[in-house]
Design a protein around this ligand. Structure first.
Ligand code: ASP
Length: 353
């Protein structure tokens, strides 16, 4: 059971341009120095003290904080379920949602939420920072302020963003297309296979043709995620015993193969036989590329030409993060292998082309 603090309302304005529910989970962004000079998670009041400009935005903010803010390396399915249910329970009361989250697993969480929440037609924005808010050169202020603006933004009375996104270092990205690519510089996220959705310069420049259009809808939650999943990253020298221990493990129901280039795997007999045996055991096998850009194309090279026959599903241009989250969602949602494979092949939240 994950505890949250009671909701706090910061109603700065009588007629704000929007009301945003901020869910504070932890991560570097919300850290401040304690008396002995170490960085420790701080509360939203301290964030407000550090970023007084938040009061100037024409946005009223409500905040729900995790009782124990976490490093996002400790995120698990229960955290995603909590986030999904907080958004669902407060959906009608807010114009948008902001999730303050560590960067390390943000792309996984944004992907997971995109699958767990169906019928979204309001902004759900993840952000964080590479440097704590307490640090003079922190990127936290810019990420926080612009994310709040985007979460409250509307055109003709309708939300502009109607999906789960990540805003970081001036760019808005589709959540389930994003990847953390940098741990040292401020440009931590990229989405190689889908254009950026907006760029924040002097104004917020939305790329209208890439945005999911607004549709009248109502939100549904698919809370179940099955984590009997494993990612097998191929590397030259992978041996039969270790590959078999993953591909044939009883506990494993879904395998994401991170293959080479455009979906290539060693086409030696022992490896293809293992894949065949794994598929026969009823495991779902999804092939995504180790490359950040481009896509899997079964049959382009001889080294991937057997995969369709074996029953391996092409992950096309899915990121490994989105593939992992989608596999968990699909395994929980479909008991029939055919339906599960069909869903894996079909773009359901803009996660693949
Ligand atoms: N380890 C931190 C986290 O993901 C890093 C960050 O917030 O950027 O929670």
């Amino acid at each position: 059971m994950i505890d949250v603090k009671p909701i706090e309302h910061f109603d700065f304005h009588k007629s704000p341009k929007g009301r945003v529910l901020t869910i504070y989970t932890g991560g570097t962004l919300g850290m401040d120095f304690n008396d002995s000079g170490s960085l420790v998670p701080c509360g939203f009041e301290q964030i407000l003290e550090r970023v007084p400009v938040l009061k100037e935005l024409q946005v009223n903010i409500s905040v729900i904080s995790f009782q124990e803010p976490i490093d996002s390396s400790n995120v698990h399915i229960e955290h995603w379920q909590l986030l999904a249910s907080l958004i669902y329970d407060h959906y009608d009361q807010f114009d948008g949602f902001l999730i303050l989250h560590g960067t390390d697993t943000m792309a996984y969480s944004a992907s997971a939420l995109s699958f767990m929440l169906e019928g979204v037609n309001k902004p759900i924005i993840f952000t964080g920072a590479q440097l704590p808010i307490a640090s003079p050169r922190s990127d936290a202020t810019e990420n926080l302020v612009t994310s709040l603006e985007i979460a409250a933004d509307k055109k003709n009375g309708k939300p502009i963003i109607t999906e789960v996104c990540i805003f970081f270092n001036h760019v808005l990205l589709r959540g389930n297309r994003s990847k953390k690519v940098e741990s040292q510089h401020f440009d931590a996220f990229e989405s190689e296979n889908y254009p950026i959705l907006a760029e924040a310069g002097i104004s917020i420049d939305y790329q209208w043709s890439y945005l999911k259009p607004y549709a009248k809808d109502f939100i549904r939650v698919n809370p179940e995620m099955d984590n009997n999943v494993v990612v097998l990253k191929l590397f030259p020298g992978l041996n039969k015993i270790t590959a078999a221990s993953i591909l044939l493990a009883d506990a494993v129901k879904g395998v994401i193969i991170e293959s080479y280039g455009s979906g290539n795997v060693p086409n030696e007999k022992w490896f293809l036989d293992l894949l065949r045996e794994s598929a026969k055991m009823g495991k779902l096998i999804l092939n995504v590329s180790q490359c950040n850009g481009g896509r899997v194309m079964h049959g382009k090279y001889e080294t991937s030409s057997e995969l369709d026959k074996i029953g391996v599903v092409s992950g096309h241009d899915l990121t490994s993060e989105a593939a992992t989250a989608k596999m968990m969602y699909v395994l929980a949602r479909f008991s029939n292998l055919r339906d599960a494979k069909k869903c894996l092949r079909t773009p359901i939240r803009g996660e693949m082309n």
